[in-house]
Design a protein around this ligand. Structure first.
Ligand SMILES: N[C@@H](CCC(=O)N[C@@H](CS)C(=O)NCC(=O)O)C(=O)O
Length: 192
């Protein structure tokens, strides 16, 4: 039975869809109407108790949070080569970057775009420090693991594509060029 992605094009579910497409996965999209608040229905809350998109159902497995979905799919589709194997030397850095995208980069970017301060007690970093970290990890690229495109690029890259869609460029030449490259991927996210 194909996987089901609970989806709305105006939501972060586009990130999980990008990952599914990079994996070459077969899946069905289940459109969730946010205006009708279908994401708060008891049926959907049984899949994602947080009532947010995306969510993925794969047989008996249910997943929510893009980072978890990307990590799951990266391991499920080894032939797509989007994830270092559990015993590979790159694995630790890979896991760290995927988690960093959602735990540090995304909230710091949100603060920045909303003109909010980021006090250290918040548990995430300020946006300048996040840019420094990504710049350092990206190095000369083209991807976070050199020539190897992974799910970490889907997660970290999505945050910058989203900012680009909001009309924001990082002002860091290497990161802005990275976003340009990500936008050229045949199966990638497109600003709409
Ligand atoms: N960290 C979550 C964020 C999920 C999220 O915030 N989804 C938004 C759409 S962009 C949502 O469903 N919002 C509807 C609501 O909260 O009512 C992830 O990456 O999966």
């Amino acid at each position: 039975m194909p996987m089901k992605l609970y989806f709305n094009p105006q939501s972060r579910a586009v990130i999980a869809k990008w990952m599914l497409d990079e994996c070459g996965a077969k899946y069905d999209l289940v459109h969730v109407d946010l205006q009708k608040r279908e994401h708060k229905s008891p049926e959907f809350l049984a899949i994602n108790p947080a009532g947010k998109l995306p969510a993925l159902v794969d047989g008996e497995a249910r997943l929510f949070e893009n980072a978890a979905i990307c990590l799951y799919l990266g391991d499920k589709f080894p032939e797509a080569r989007l994830a270092p194997k559990p015993d590979a030397p790159e694995r630790g850095r890979y896991l760290s970057l995927v988690v960093y995208s959602t735990s540090q980069l995304e909230p710091s970017m949100g603060d920045f775009l909303m003109n909010l301060e980021t006090p250290p007690q918040r548990g995430w970093t300020d946006f300048t420090s996040a840019l420094n970290a990504v710049e350092r990890e990206l190095g000369n690229g083209p991807w976070l693991f050199g020539d190897w495109f992974t799910a970490a690029d889907v997660m970290i890259g999505s945050m910058f594509i989203w900012a680009r869609i909001q009309g924001h460029r990082s002002g860091r030449p290497s990161i802005d060029a990275y976003v340009d490259r990500l936008l050229q991927r045949p199966k990638g996210l497109r600003p709409s």
